[in-house]
Design a protein around this ligand. Sequence first.
Ligand code: PEP
Ligand code: MN
Length: 370
Amino acid sequence: MLLILHPNTQENSPNFQQTIDYLKQLNGVEIKEHIIQGQEQKLTELYLLGNTASLNKQDIESLPAVERVIRISQEYRILGRHQDDRRLSQFEYNGVCFGQDSFHVIAGLCAVDNRQHVEQTFQALQQNGQVVARMGAYKPRTNPYSFQGHGQSCLHYVFELAGKYGIKAVTLEVTHENHIEEIDKALEETGRATGAILQIGTRNTQNFELLKAVGRQTEYPALLKRGFGITLNESLNAAEYLASEGNTKVIFCLRGMKGEFGAPHRNLVDFAHVPVIKRLTRMPVCIDPSHSVGTRDTSPDGIMDLCHATAQGVIAGANMVLVDFHPKPGEALVDGPQALLLEEMPRFLADIRIARDAYLQRKAIWESST
Ligand code: PEP
Ligand code: MN
C-alpha cells in the first residue's frame, strides 16, 4: 500500500508523528519511506509492506499527514502505474522536463572519436534547436580488440563543448560504477556547463550492482536500455532496481530484441511496446531506432527503414528518440553504417514532427470519445 503525504510534510511535525505512530503499531507491516525532492516541494511517500491486505483504505486515508492512498500491486512498486494512480509521470533535470507527455530527440555520436566531430555535432544540434545529446565515452564492445571508447579522457572536452552549444544534458553509457564518479568529477571541473544522463546498455540491463550504484545517486537521471534477450517484465524490474535505491529519474529505452527474426534489421524492432510501458509504469519511454534497425537501408519510397521505425515509435507516443548521427560516418570508430549525416538532421526532425503531431491528433480523437 502506498501513502502519499501532503506536500512539504516535515518529519518533526505533529501530523507526521501521529501518522507514523499509528502505522508502527500495525502488526506485520513494515514502513519504507521514499522522499522526492522537487524544485518547489518535497513529496514523501510511505510504502507499507507485508500484511496490508486487511488494512482499511479509508482508515489510513484519514490519518492527518496522508493525502492519498493507493493499493499497489507487487510489480514495480515505485515506478509502476497502479490502480487509481494519478501520480506525476515526469521529472525535471537541468531545466529540461522528461515525462510521458514530453518529447525530445537525443542525437549525437555513438562513440566519441575526436574533438572536431564532437564540436560539429553539437553545432548541428544547436542549429536545429536541440538541447539533449548522446556522446558515448565508455563503450561495451563484443570484440575485445575493437575500440573501447576514449573513456574519461574525452569527458572534459565533451562537457565543455556541450555547454558552449547550449546542450543541457549529454547521455552517455556507464559500464562500471567508477564511471559515475569520473563523470561527476569532469562535470565539476568544467563548471557544470551541461548535465549528464547515465545510460545503462542492453548488455548490462541485469547488472544488478551497476543498477544499484546508479540508483544510489540521485543527481543524474538514468536511461535504461531494455535487455535484448530477456522478458519485458525482467527489464522493468531492472528499472525498479534503480528506483528502489532512491533514483526515480528513470527513462526506459526500447532498442530492439536480438534474434534471427530481426533480420534484415540488426534487431527486431519492438516499438509497438511504447504504449505498453506507459500503461505499466510512469516512466518516460525512449526509442533507439539506430541500434534497433542498424542500417541506412532505404525503401523504394526514398525513406530509410530507420526513419520509418522512428515514425512508428513516435506515432505510438514515444517521449524520446535516441539516435546516432556522425559528421563523417566512414570515419566513425563505432556503428558508422547506421549513423545519419548531420545534413540529414533537418529532414529527420521534420519527419519526426509529423509523427509527433499525428500522435497528438490521434490522442485527441480518442480522448474526445471517452
Ligand atoms: C548505445 O546506445 O551506444 C548502445 C551500445 O546501445 P545498446 O546497449 O542498446 O546496444
Ligand atoms: Mn552503437
